[in-house]
Design a protein around this ligand. Structure first.
Ligand code: GRF
Length: 238
C-alpha cells in the first residue's frame, strides 16, 4: 500500500465563497462511521450543511482511507511520529470542523484549542462509563461484558484535552443481553453509531450545536429531536 502523505492535501484550496462547513474525518480503522457520514451528507444533497474535504489516518492501511479515495476525498496518512503536523494538515485543507471516527491518537492540544467547539468524537459506550485511556475498540465491549451491565450504547461528545471527557452531545442506549459476547455488543452499538453520528455531525456543521462555557447548546431553530432519530430512546442531553 503506497504511503499517502500530507502533501496530497497541500494544494487543496479552501473555497472562501462556500459558507458550508469543510469537515475533516480522522479515523484509524475501517471507517464505517466515515461512510455513514458520507452517505448522510449525500442523502441531504444540496441541503447538506457541509462536505467531507479530508480524511486523516495514522494507519496507511486504514479502510477509512480506501473509502475516502473511492469517494474522491483528499487523504492524509499521518503516522504517530508526525502527529504534531496535524494542525498544519487541517489548516492546509481549509478545514472548519473535525469529526473523530475511531481515531486512536490523542489530539494535540493546539488542535483542540484551534477547533474547540468544532471537534467531536463518537465513543462506543455510554460515557463516562467505559471511557478513558485504553478504552477503545474491542476493549470497551469486553469491559462491558466483564462488568455485567444491562445497558451500553454510543456517545457523541465534544473533544477536549483528555480522552473521552468532553461535553456530551448525544447518547443512544442499547441493551446487553445475557448471551452476548463482545462482538455481539460491538455490532449492536455500531449500528446505532451509524445513525446517531452523522446527524450530530450535520447539526454541528449547520451551527445548530455549540459549546458554551463547557456546556452543549442546541439551536432553538433546530431542536435536538430534528436530528436524533425518532426511534432513539430519550437518552440524549439537551
Ligand atoms: C467505532 O466503534 C467508534 O465508536 C470508535 O471506533 C469505532 C470505529 O469504527 N471510536 P469504524 O472505523 O467507524 O468502523
Amino acid at each position: 500500500m503506497p504511503r499517502v502523505t500530507a502533501d496530497v492535501t497541500a494544494n487543496v484550496p479552501a473555497d472562501v465563497t462556500d459558507p458550508r462547513a469543510r469537515l475533516a474525518v480522522l479515523a484509524s480503522g475501517g471507517g464505517s462511521n466515515l461512510q455513514a457520514i458520507l452517505d448522510h451528507f449525500a442523502a441531504l444533497g444540496a441541503s447538506a450543511p457541509g462536505a467531507v474535504v479530508l480524511v486523516v489516518s495514522d494507519r496507511a492501511a486504514a479502510g477509512a482511507l480506501d473509502r475516502a479515495r473511492r469517494a474522491g476525498i483528499a487523504t492524509t496518512h499521518l503516522p504517530a511520529r508526525e502527529n504534531h503536523r496535524l494542525l498544519a494538515c487541517l489548516e492546509a485543507a481549509g478545514v472548519t470542523h473535525v469529526a473523530l471516527a475511531g481515531y486512536l491518537r490523542l489530539i494535540p492540544s493546539e488542535v483542540v484549542a484551534a477547533f474547540r467547539g468544532r471537534l467531536v468524537n463518537i465513543h462506543p459506550a455510554l460515557l463516562p462509563a467505559f471511557g478513558g485511556p485504553g478504552m477503545f475498540g474491542h476493549h470497551v465491549h469486553e469491559a462491558v461484558i466483564r462488568a455485567g451491565v444491562a445497558t451500553t450504547g454510543a456517545t457523541v461528545h465534544f473533544v477536549d484535552e483528555r480522552y473521552d471527557e468532553g461535553a456530551v452531545i448525544a447518547q443512544w442506549a442499547v441493551p446487553v443481553h445475557p448471551t452476548d459476547d463482545a462482538e455481539a455488543v460491538a455490532a449492536r452499538v455500531l449500528a446505532v453509531e451509524h445513525r446517531l453520528y452523522p446527524r450530530c455531525v450535520a447539526a454541528l456543521c449547520a451551527g445548530a450545536l455549540r459549546l458554551e462555557a463547557g456546556r452543549v447548546v442546541t439551536a432553538p431553530s433546530l431542536p435536538f429531536e430534528r436530528f436524533v432519530p425518532a426511534d432513539a430512546p430519550p437518552s440524549h442531553s439537551a
